[in-house]
Ligand binder design. Structure first.
Ligand SMILES: Nc1nc2c(ncn2[C@@H]2O[C@H](COP(=O)(O)OP(=O)(O)OP(=O)(O)O)[C@@H](O)[C@H]2O)c(=O)[nH]1
Length: 613
């Protein structure tokens, strides 16, 4: 699917330039190669800058149609966000020399920061884009540290200087204060108009070191991304750290120890250009008959069968932070949904899938995602690309329980268990302690919103760790949050209470003991399987009441009276009786029948989203 779209794009936008005639890849020694990625807060202009760089180096023609060439997925174009990082090799002439610049586009949303770290692992430098009007945001800080810790060269680029309210002076001061980068190193550009973009290309050549890779070493490559193609199997994106590889070579995956024959390889411009070989320092794609993305593990090392090498240090696999059940609307659609989920996960190895079943919802799966946006995007892709209709249960974070029952410890083979399904939450009588995942959140906002933000954080059981003025008007705050409190709607609320000015990002911060309980929501006495949640005891009443109220607002009026209840075990903590007036309209939306009540499918997610009082 993705490849077909890529092929169409290629036809419509590729510059009339004969690639093979112009380039002999073996003539690109590593010292004329630069591997870099663009990192930034969401919407600060990465994709627009990438488009300009592609145009200026002749990879694509300059037309309106080519906006955001690297954002290939339908959901990316619709939502205006980048989900999956793409790679493009550019040829650039500088002071009489031709350079090969490998650009790796990265996503901006917090859920996809895992993609950012994998892109970084293939690079020696980054362009850190900051919007000239908005200044440094939470994701700018998070991305800066990813690059800084990986010891990459960092080129600060201040974008959107054409905007009326642009204040590059102020942004330069922020960059100096927060990142300790001299203001003279900042490049002011307008990616939209192309202003000064040439300076960015020059800086890439001058300031980013070439990869330390020698063609005389044995072949060694890092797999930093992979996609699945129905015809050819896995297409892995690799960065060659040493030696050379060509079509027909037999290569080994260090992770699995399996051997494969190289069928095809080449550069990405941004579409595939078969070159038949790749050399030290280059970045490109390789197809070697791998049938499953799990065979091309991100972070794996590839080497030649006859020249084994020590594996490169891989990097931590993505960890699912949000889990939810997915079930077909109708059990007769089970097979179709299974095949759709299989196909989508072939291309997204960060989604974890476990078979699951429930009395009310039948057979389905429990899926793990990097965050709520990741889950929503996955769901949207299932519906758009596979026409699948699914029931999604309340998202939950991975809680832990320390068991006290010898019988259960034996059954599970360990004292500590992870709970990804609230329906399987173990009772307090068999548990000595519950633990919840914590995150360290960074919030950046104008100081006039500080009071409101502090009370929102307090309301979410957060503890303040730090507060810093990054200039005379903007504050950076650090809070330790229970992950559960930020996962669903924290960001939406933060945005709305700060009129869109606050930004937020978080990183994992381990586990902490917490007083947790399982809460059921019932409709006419029937538990709603989608809405079982694990809550903090202190929050049970307010959260149960709010969920009941939102559920009643989400259900179309019915002929008869119904009860909406929240319960902990056998205790009802809140009851709401609805006076119902009219027959439910035959809605276009798909409904789920619970007891005798029809509930619209999207009601469940609305019920979970809390509103700020
Ligand atoms: N005025 C102005 N607008 C710009 C400039 N660069 C980008 N934009 C606009 O800013 C918005 C976001 O740009 P994108 O390039 O999609 O941002 P991004 O950082 O790639 O976003 P994600 O992929 O979602 O992280 C778009 O509406 C662009 O047209 C610029 O130099 N000037």
């Amino acid at each position: 699917m993705k490849c077909c779209r890529a092929a169409l794009l290629y036809k419509s936008c590729f510059f009339p330039f004969s690639f093979k005639d112009a380039v002999d890849l073996s003539k690109f020694p590593a010292d004329r190669i630069r591997n870099f990625c663009i990192i930034a807060h969401i919407d600060h202009g990465k994709s627009t800058l990438a488009d300009r760089l592609l145009e200026m180096t002749g990879a694509i023609a300059k037309t309106e149609k080519n906006k955001q060439v690297l954002d290939k997925l339908q959901v990316e174009r619709e939502r205006g966000i980048t989900v999956k990082a793409q790679t493009a090799s550019l040829f650039y002439n500088h002071e009489g020399q031709q350079y090969l610049l490998n650009l790796i586009d990265t996503p901006g949303h917090v859920d996809f920061s895992y993609e950012v770290s994998r892109s970084i692992s293939a690079c020696q430098g980054v362009l850190l884009i900051v919007d000239a009007n908005q200044g440094i945001q939470a994701q700018t800080v998070a991305n800066f540290y990813l690059a800084f810790e990986a010891q990459l060269a960092i080129i600060p680029v201040i974008n959107k200087i054409d905007l009326k309210n642009a204040d590059p002076e102020r942004v330069e001061s922020q960059i100096e204060k927060v990142f300790d980068i001299p203001r003279e190193e900042c490049i002011r550009i307008s990616a939209k108009l192309g202003t000064n973009v040439e300076n960015v290309l020059q800086a890439v050549v001058d300031r980013i070191p070439p990869p330390e890779a020698s063609i005389d070493d044995p072949f060694k490559a890092l797999v930093f991304d992979s996609n699945f193609d129905h015809y050819r199997g896995v297409v892995a994106n690799i960065a060659v750290f040493g030696g050379r590889v060509k079509k027909g070579d037999r290569i080994v995956s260090a992770y699995l120890g399996k051997t494969y024959e190289v069928n095809e390889l080449g550069l990405l411009r941004p579409d595939e250009h078969s070159t038949g070989k790749l050399f030290a320092g280059q970045v490109g794609y390789i197809v070697a008959g791998m049938k499953d993305v799990k065979e091309a593990q991100i972070g794996d090392t590839l080497y030649l069968q006859e020249q084994p090498v020590e594996a490169l240090p891989g990097f931590k696999p993505a960890k699912a932070m949000v889990f939810a059940g997915m079930y077909p609307m109708d059990q007769s659609e089970y097979q179709g949904l299974r095949s759709a989920i299989e196909k989508l996960t072939l291309n997204d190895s960060s989604v974890t899938v476990q078979r699951d079943s429930s009395l009310a919802l039948g057979a389905g799966w429990r899926l793990g995602f990097l965050g709520l946006l990741h889950m929503e995007v996955f769901n949207q892709r299932l519906e758009q690309e596979y026409n699948a209709s699914v029931i999604v249960t309340a998202p939950t974070v991975p809680y832990k329980a320390v068991l006290s029952s010898a019988k259960l410890i034996k059954e599970h083979g360990s004292k500590e268990i992870t709970i990804v399904n609230p329906a399987q939450f173990p009772d307090r009588t068999v548990v000595s302690e519950y633990l919840e995942p914590m995150v360290l959140g960074t919030i950046l906002a104008p100081d006039s919103y500080t009071g409101k933000i502090m009370s929102l954080c307090l309301n979410r059981r957060a503890v303040q760790k730090n507060m810093l003025y990054i200039d005379d008007q903007r504050v950076m705050m650090k809070y330790l949050f229970p992950l559960n409190e930020v996962v669903v709607d924290f960001y939406d609320l933060l945005k709305s209470l700060s009129s869109g000015y606050a930004s937020f990002d978080y990183e994992n911060a381990g586990y902490q003991a917490a007083d947790l309980i399982k809460m059921d929501i019932l409709l006419n006495g029937r538990p709603v399987e989608e809405l079982i949640t694990i809550v903090h005891r202190d929050r049970a009443y307010s959260s149960g009441k709010a969920m009941c109220e939102r559920l009643k607002d989400s259900i179309p009026r019915q002929m008869f009276e119904i009860a909406v209840q929240a319960a902990i075990g056998m205790n009802y903590i809140y009851i709401y009786i609805m006076k119902l007036l009219k027959k439910q309209a035959e809605g276009k939306k798909k409904m789920r029948l619970i007891g005798s009540v029809e509930v619209p499918k999207d009601a469940f997610i609305n019920v979970l989203k809390r509103k700020q009082k």
